[in-house]
Design a protein around this ligand. Structure first.
Ligand SMILES: CC(=O)SCCNC(=O)CCNC(=O)[C@H](O)C(C)(C)COP(=O)(O)OP(=O)(O)OC[C@H]1O[C@@H](n2cnc3c(N)ncnc32)[C@H](O)[C@@H]1OP(=O)(O)O
Length: 444
């Protein structure tokens, strides 16, 4: 499977780019060679210079081609602009959204990165939306009116989506330091106002308190006596541990975790009321302590049979099978509860890929081994996966037919083999014998 672009993570503080190039846009633009790379241009004429200068500063809403870190040009939309300190009247930096890609790639760029010859001349003019009373460009309004379908946002209505985009349009914290990693963030997170002037935050990797300065963190680390998440260790296998943290008993930890997670989760509301949640924190343990790899949260009581609210693998640990481990773990907990479960919607692009991958592999493994007929209900009982998720997964694999008013699984062995081959790696296994856990019960 190809890679969806994710921003940079660096170890030991050095900065480097690891993101792969987004798919070629096919749209050739001026000043770009056939493969999208910039080419040497003859000196600009005075008329060209004057025409370009007359466009500046670019308006918010402008669509233009922008040189990305892969040195190729991609279409962007200007989301925000800010004056360059000590610059001239028209010297601005622009916060851009690469229109073909997820918002996690949005970033501040310099004017030199923009190809002014590709500026679309019709600049969006601000209009007021009658429903939300929010000022927006005509283009934004049209997009919403047409029912916006950005990945991960399908289930937000137009007004909520607009509000979400308006308040979270510019990333506030650019990087965080957590343990031995410096990590570029992906999205806006609503940190308290006193942190609004910070581009970088320093997190204690154990209690997740965050600070503005490295020296504060160093002082904190000398005093902090946690070496693992608070709460109960409910799983240990080799160097992997899972801790269950009750949001009610560890409120500050739960809130810190939510602030941190929101930097990588676009479409989730930040819950300040963490009392209602349990947090399952996955750690890699060594002699220095238990280092957080990722987590998932779970409502203590879910009327919609959600067995997972938010899931995150921290970027330095992604694509190593931890996400599928966390998903598998959430279903093991559901099995112990004797319930079926499903993740809370909407799923992000990466969330959907991970879930699809997990459901596919689990169901194919059973169908491959099973002799005779099997129903969706039986599959659901065996796996704790909700029947609807089983149905959509099998439908996407073309393993289901609708006959005489009911769905029938048609598991042709050759097709199963083909799908299993394509399903890739299974992820890290959960060893159920190492799980020591009883379902949550309200304490009086
Ligand atoms: C209910 C919800 O919370 S939805 C929100 C989900 N969370 C987020 O979007 C937060 C940011 N993303 C993440 O934290 C992670 O990407 C997760 C949790 C979704 C996945 O975690 P990971 O540890 O990377 O998962 P894992 O290594 O098990 O891979 C899962 C599969 O998803 C797919 N996948 C994950 N990341 C990518 C990517 N960048 N590009 C392409 N495919 C990907 C692959 O199929 C992968 O399996 P493979 O590596 O065998 O091909």
């Amino acid at each position: 499977m190809g890679s969806i672009d994710t921003p940079t993570i660096t170890e030991n503080g050095s900065t480097q780019s690891h993101a792969a190039a987004p798919a070629a846009d096919g749209d050739q633009k001026p000043h770009a060679s056939a493969n999208g790379a910039p080419v040497e241009m003859p000196p600009e004429s005075e008329a060209t210079k004057r025409r370009r200068a007359s466009m500046l500063p670019l308006e918010v809403g402008t669509r233009v081609m922008c040189r990305w870190r892969d040195a190729k040009y991609h279409p962007v939309k200007v989301i925000e602009r800010r004056k360059v300190p000590y610059g001239g009247a028209n010297d601005y930096e622009y916060y851009v959204h690469y229109t073909e890609f997820n918002r996690r790639l949005d970033e501040w760029v310099k004017l030199e990165q923009l190809d002014l010859d590709s500026v679309e001349t019709v600049v969006d003019e601000k209009v007021e939306d009658k429903v939300t009373s929010l000022k927006m460009t005509r283009h934004q309004k049209r997009k919403i009116d047409e029912t916006h379908v950005e990945v991960g946002h399908e289930e937000l209505d137009a007004a909520s989506l607009r509000e979400h985009e308006e308040f979270t349009k510019v990333k506030n914290i650019a990087t965080i330091e957590l343990g031995r990693y410096e990590i570029e963030t992906w999205y806006f997170s609503p940190f308290p106002p006193e942190y609004s002037d910070c581009l970088k935050l320093y997190f204690c990797e154990f209690c997740l308190n965050f600070m503005k300065r490295k020296e504060q963190l160093q002082r904190h680390m000398r005093k902090c006596d946690l070496k693992h998440p608070p709460g109960d260790e409910i799983y240990r296998s080799g160097t992997l541990s899972m801790f269950e943290v009750d949001g009610k008993k560890n409120k500050v930890y739960g809130q810190n975790l939510c602030y941190l997670a929101k930097l990588f989760l676009d479409h989730k509301t930040l819950y300040y009321d963490v009392d209602l949640f349990l947090f399952y924190v996955l750690c890699e343990c060594d002699d220095r302590g238990c280092h957080m790899v990722g987590y998932f949260s779970k409502e203590k009581h879910s009327e919609e049979s959600y067995n997972l609210a938010c899931i995150l693998t921290l970027p330095p640990y992604q694509r190593k099978g931890y996400g599928k481990f966390l998903i598998a773990f959430s279903y093991e907990l559901s099995k112990k509860e004797g319930k079926v479960g499903t993740p809370e919607r909407p799923l992000s692009d990466l969330g959907l890929l991970s879930y699809r991958g997990y459901w596919t592999r689990v169901l194919l493994d059973i169908l491959k081994k099973h002799k005779g007929n099997i129903s969706i209900k039986e599959l659901s009982d065996m796996t704790a996966i909700k029947a609807e998720d089983i149905l959509t997964t099998l439908q996407s694999l073309d393993l289901i037919q609708y006959r005489k008013g009911q769905h029938v699984i048609c598991a042709d062995p050759k097709l199963l083999d083909r799908h299993l081959k394509a399903a890739g790696r299974g992820g890290l296994e959960v060893d159920v014998s190492k799980l020591i856990w009883t379902p949550y019960k309200e304490q009086s």
